[in-house]
Write a new protein. Structure first.
Lengths: 116, 117
């Protein structure tokens, strides 16, 4: 079965420091990985995705993520955090095999808090 | 370009009542999705449409939930009768491709927050 794990419910960092939000996945076939961000009372906003090619993917608002096939991970990173980055972050995976072709599976989310 | 529109934004009902949510996807997007997001969890797919046909409704509780996309554009999700455990945010998303494949980016609306008392 396809699944996503976000091992940290909360991540706290100081403004200006680098941040990492962790994600690991389990799928059959090729994984396609996504990061979304959710601000209070708003829907999910797409940040970036990995489909194929370069393992380092760059996305919106200075975020990037690194795909690591051997560790089945897709951690979200940013070199310098902003207070405005404080939000709920979701990792999601889809795959190209099986009866659930194309379905997105989401992790439980990680609440990022950036303090001034 | 306008995003995915949903209404209402909030709804409070009593158990056993019925409720309906509406979604208008991004113009030109062929694939439409309904998700349920329970507090503290990630979104879970309920149903996926490609144009006006259902692609995946395997996780839709069909005894009480129904959805339609009659003209291949906007969609309605209905719950009848509602249960306490249906309290959640219902998110609508759309993607461009008519194939709705695994590589497609899904764009989400603001959601409808449902509270069942």
């Amino acid at each position: 079965a396809q699944s996503v794990a976000q091992p940290e419910d909360q991540v706290n960092v100081a403004e200006g420091n680098p941040l990492t939000v962790k994600c690991t996945y389990s799928v059959s076939g090729n994984p396609y990985l996504f990061w979304y961000v959710q601000y209070p009372n708003r829907g999910l906003q797409f940040l970036l995705k990995y489909i194929t090619g370069d393992n380092l993917v760059k996305g919106s608002y200075g975020f990037e993520a690194e795909f690591n096939k051997s560790q089945t991970s897709f951690h979200l990173k940013k070199p310098s955090a902003l207070v405005s980055d404080s939000a709920l972050y979701f990792c999601a995976v889809s795959n190209d095999r099986g009866s659930t072709l194309g379905r997105l599976y989401f992790g439980r989310g990680t609440q990022l808090t950036v303090w001034p | 370009e306008a995003g995915v529109a949903q209404s209402p934004r909030y709804k409070i009902i009593e158990k056993r009542q019925s409720v309906a949510f509406w979604c208008n996807p991004i113009s030109g997007h062929a694939t439409l999705y309904w998700y349920q997001q329970i507090l503290g969890q990630g979104p879970k797919l309920l149903i996926q449409f490609q144009n006006n046909g259902v692609v995946d409704d395997s996780q839709l509780p069909k005894d009480r939930f129904s959805a339609e996309r009659l003209k291949g554009v906007d969609s309605t999700l209905k719950i009848q009768p509602a249960k306490l455990e249906d309290s959640a945010v219902y998110l609508c998303a759309s993607s461009h491709s008519s194939r709705g494949g695994p590589k497609e980016t899904q764009y989400f609306g603001p959601g409808t927050r449902l509270l069942v008392l």
